[in-house]
Design a protein around this ligand. Structure first.
Ligand SMILES: [Zn+2]
Length: 155
């Protein structure tokens, strides 16, 4: 069963360990990985139990009501022990925050919609979400590709 605070946060594969309110009213949320698939090498998909170390990342996320959420994700780094794999090590990832991403999938979806459907400027949406212009623009391009891929309804 998913613990209530984790359910409220709604980032699948991540479990909330602590929540604090910062001076600027941001919710500082410490999360850990509970998705067993997160320990699979992104290259060869073989699971690893060989821990290399730990790292804390701070992916940007959608706000909690009017206040921002500051995620602190305590991640594990693994060695890939698959001899046939060219990758030596990797850091955990979950679909909600794919490898090399510094924003949650739901934040990028929200940014893409704001620009693509509400016709807001990239500059304005990037500033509101606290991300860079390139990040907001990439989210918009990803959104446009998804929308344009869906075939138009036949009449
Ligand atoms: Zn591998």
């Amino acid at each position: 069963m998913v613990e209530p605070t984790s359910l409220l946060l709604g980032l699948e594969g991540l479990e909330v360990r602590a929540v604090a309110v910062a001076a600027d009213r941001a919710r500082v949320v410490d999360v850990v990985t509970v998705d067993p698939g997160a320990a699979k090498c992104p290259e060869c998909r073989v699971a690893s139990r060989s821990v290399k170390g730990h790292a804390v990342t701070r992916p940007r996320d959608i706000p909690y009501g009017d206040d921002p959420i500051q995620l602190r994700w305590n991640k594990t780094r693994y060695y890939c022990r698959n001899q046939a794999c060219g990758r030596r090590s990797f850091t955990e990832s979950v679909p909600e925050v794919p490898p090399r991403r510094r924003t949650t999938t739901r934040l990028r979806t929200q940014i893409g919609r704001s620009i693509g459907e509400a016709a807001r400027s990239v500059v304005e949406v990037a500033a509101g979400a606290g991300v860079s212009w390139p990040t907001a623009h990439t989210a918009f391009v990803e959104h446009a590709k998804r929308v344009l891929k869906d075939p138009a309804p036949v009449r």
